[in-house]
Write a protein that binds this ligand. Structure first.
Ligand code: BG6
Length: 511
């Protein structure tokens, strides 16, 4: 996250190299790191999968992935050739000792050629059910025994609930030291999410008001327009709470709510985040329904196109009660945040794609202005747009130019596009580079994942036994079920969408 040096010689071993994640995210990210000069001179990618590919066919597929998904566009032939020279494929059965012997042989061969011991990064781009098998094989074959150089990267979902996550941690930590394990939450690699640390801890301006005395409430919306796409089989066993809140949204809460770290040492930062997770109030089963809303989308209209309901998506049980939308009112029981609601919501098939955090400040203690001078009155707000717009807005009251004292809200805007005019790295670029550098600050530590599961377990436990007959309860293309509106309306609030989004929507509608 912080270092500007290039990594040491590295061999990146991708388990599941024939899958979607490697195709869409990992390889395009590596390619961009290569283009931007971040890869070490001694660098090698070994793809492993059950599928049968020749080296050439494997590389052809990877190039297609880059052409389709890389932020830098289609690969130029010359660049691609240089990059592809360090890529190879090995067909592997992850249960077979032989496959790991062969891999071991290849790793030794490469290191011998380079004349150094390289970083060996074992990337689990595979369904969670394979993690245990592969971790054990890595242990038995001794190819990951150098604790300073061997690292294992694990994707989410990390466990299905608290118990399975703890078991998975035990299995992995039997073989690896915690400092070798890089659990990915890709939200933490997003440029705008990383900037939240800079914003909070590199500026003196906001810290004095960053607490319950000045902040009235916090809202986090992570809205997606897409449905479950081709992932119905996975999603139907997960749902929005497991898929988004347990990881991405709780991590955003941590960044907003954490105490200032003493240093940017990985453990120091993660300790402060774990403190937040532990302080989040856990609701008793009688109270869960007062603070949590679930929803599922039925058919509807998205930007003029008819879309199917969740239960008709491929891979989904036609009677599924899995939630595709969740809204929760959280509280953080500590001195800084006591009684400040943190409203979070996330869902699929919502009207806009937007991830936005709004900090709403308390109102002025006394309005001295006459009623007629207030055209529109709004609390001061800080709006952190994570995506698609990347910006921070500070919204405050201003006098409208003219002979009368009339006020309305205006925004002071920091836009990444205007300030930097650059094409920022994708989350996976940052995270893969950090893995190569051995910087785990932006990765989930074992206890952090478990603490996050502990926050959502009371809700999952209630949902597991209570019926949800009203599901599906929101039409695709709407902002979720009415109960989600009621959740905030009970406190006299409403869900806020960023002015950036409202402007976009207005533009689209006027076309
Ligand atoms: C993933 C979830 O972790 O995040 C997906 O599994 C979701 O369901 C995705 O669509 C959202 O990520 P992003 O970066 O597009 O906001």
């Amino acid at each position: 996250m912080i270092s500007a040096r290039k990594p040491d010689p590295t061999i990146l071993i991708i388990f599941g190299a024939g899958g979607d994640l490697a195709w869409r995210k990992i390889i395009p990210a590596l390619y961009n790191l290569f283009l931007d000069g971040w890869l070490p001179d001694n660098f090698e990618i070994i793809g492993l999968d059950l599928k049968t590919f020749s080296n050439e066919k494997f590389k052809k597929r990877l190039k297609e992935g880059i052409d389709n998904f890389s932020r830098s566009g289609k690969a130029k032939l010359e660049d691609w050739k240089k990059f592809a020279a360090s890529v190879s494929y090995q067909k592997a059965d992850f249960t077979s000792v032989e496959s790991f012997k062969k891999l071991s042989h290849r790793l030794n061969e490469i290191e011998k050629k380079w004349g150094v011991s390289a970083n060996r990064i074992f990337y689990m781009a595979i369904p969670p059910s394979f993690i245990e098998t592969i971790a054990k094989q890595l242990g038995k074959s001794h190819i990951a025994k150098d604790k300073n150089r061997a690292r294992i990267v694990v994707e989410k979902p990390f466990g299905h609930d608290f118990v399975s996550a703890r078991n998975l941690n035990r299995i992995i930590c039997d073989i690896f030291d915690e400092c070798q394990v890089y659990r990915i939450d890709h939200y933490l690699g997003k440029e705008t999410v990383q900037n939240m640390m800079a914003f909070r801890f590199a500026n003196a301006l906001f810290e004095p008001i960053w607490n319950r005395n000045y902040i009235e409430h916090v809202q986090i919306t992570v809205a997606e327009q897409v449905g479950v796409e081709h992932r119905g089989g996975y999603y139907d066993h997960a749902g929005a709470l497991r898929d988004m809140i347990q990881n991405h949204l709780l991590q955003l809460i941590c960044l907003i709510a954490m105490e200032p770290p003493v240093s940017f040492n990985a453990d120091e930062v993660r300790n402060k985040k774990v403190d937040v997770l532990r302080a989040i109030r856990k609701y008793s089963k009688e109270k869960v329904n007062n603070y949590v809303v679930r929803g599922q989308y039925s058919e509807g209209w998205m930007e003029g196109k008819h879309v199917t309901g969740y239960r008709n998506e491929p891979g989904v049980d036609p009677k599924s009660v899995t939630e595709t939308f969740t809204a929760i009112k959280f509280f953080i029981d500590n001195w800084r945040w006591q009684n400040v609601p943190f409203y979070v919501r996330t869902g699929k098939r919502l009207p806009e794609r937007t991830s936005v955090i709004t900090i709403q400040f308390r109102p002025v203690p006394h309005r001295a202005f006459p009623v007629e001078s207030i055209e529109s009155w709004q609390h001061n707000r800080l709006i952190i747009n994570i995506q698609p717009e990347m910006s921070i807005r500070l919204s405050f009251q201003a006098k409208k130019p003219g002979l009368k004292m009339i006020m309305n809200p205006v925004d002071m805007v920091f836009s990444y596009k205007d300030a930097y005019n650059s094409n920022p790295p994708e989350a996976y670029e940052t995270l893969i580079l950090d893995t190569m550098l051995g910087d785990a600050t932006l990765f989930m530590r074992g206890d952090q994942v478990e603490a996050a599961w502990e926050v959502v377990m009371p809700i999952l436990n209630v949902w597991q036994v209570s019926s949800s007959e009203d599901i599906p309860n929101y039409a695709a293309g709407t902002w979720g079920p009415e109960e989600a509106e009621a959740l905030v309306a009970r406190d006299g609030n409403n869900w806020l969408i960023s002015p950036a989004i409202s402007n976009e929507t207005k533009k689209k509608k006027s076309k």
